[in-house]
Design a protein around this ligand. Structure first.
Ligand code: GTP
Length: 193
């Protein structure tokens, strides 16, 4: 799978992917079972009609191919993402072959586990097979977190130090599966090659 989603147990991966797949399927009462093993999600990118700012629903045919129109290259309409459960962390590396994009989800509302999340993140960034991979760091559950938590989370992940040492391009997005904050930049990141 060319796009994988990793992160510690209960960090919010399943919730986020479900929200990206079907925004209305998640609210503050939703619960996701721990992922034992892996899960596959097909995410359709919202499209904007020329006369409206409202995203249009995904195409019924589920088509995914990039195509050319009037000489202009169009972006893909959907992407498939493999989520690997946090309980599978010791086995994550079995899934690192042929990965082009990697989403790493951290629970920003739980600073107690963030150092452990950082250690796992570092092991991903130093993995030889992932040196050319584009990385999206999602600071999840932002609806639970107060404003300053973003900076505290990045500090505890030692991001400024890490970014000087690593070769990958890391994009950071604050998101919430409940309020849908951050979903648009994630769609954009996923859609662009
Ligand atoms: N308030 C809030 N709660 C969230 C959000 N995302 C996840 N949660 C809560 O956190 C729980 C765990 O989220 P999951 O998405 O299952 O976590 P996961 O990373 O897939 O966990 P594993 O399957 O163990 O790897 C959910 O059941 C929700 O209760 C969010 O954006 N906001």
């Amino acid at each position: 799978m060319s796009c994988i989603c990793l992160g510690p147990k209960r960090s919010g991966k399943t919730h986020l992917l479900k929200a990206l797949q079907e925004p209305d399927s998640i609210d503050e009462t939703s619960y996701s079972m721990p992922t034992i093993g892996t899960g596959i999600y097909r995410i359709h990118f919202p499209t904007k009609s020329p006369n409206s700012d409202k995203p249009k629903p995904p195409p019924a045919d589920g088509s995914t191919q990039a195509h050319h129109h009037g000489g202009k290259k169009h972006l893909p309409k959907s992407i498939q993402i493999l989520e690997i459960g946090g309980s599978m962390a010791p086995l994550w590396r079995q899934y690192f072959e042929d990965v082009k994009k990697l989403i790493y989800v951290v629970d920003t509302s739980n600073l107690c586990q963030i150092s452990a999340a950082g250690v796992l993140f570092y092991s991903i960034l130093t993995e030889p097979r992932l040196q050319k991979v584009k990385i999206l760091l999602v600071l999840a559950k932002m609806d639970y977190s107060y404003r300053q938590m973003r900076n505290e989370a990045l500090l505890m992940l030692q991001m400024s130090k890490l970014q000087k040492q690593i070769r990958q391009q890391v994009t950071i997005v604050e998101a919430s599966a409940v309020t849908k904050v951050g979903l648009d930049p994630i769609y954009e990141w996923l859609q662009w090659p």
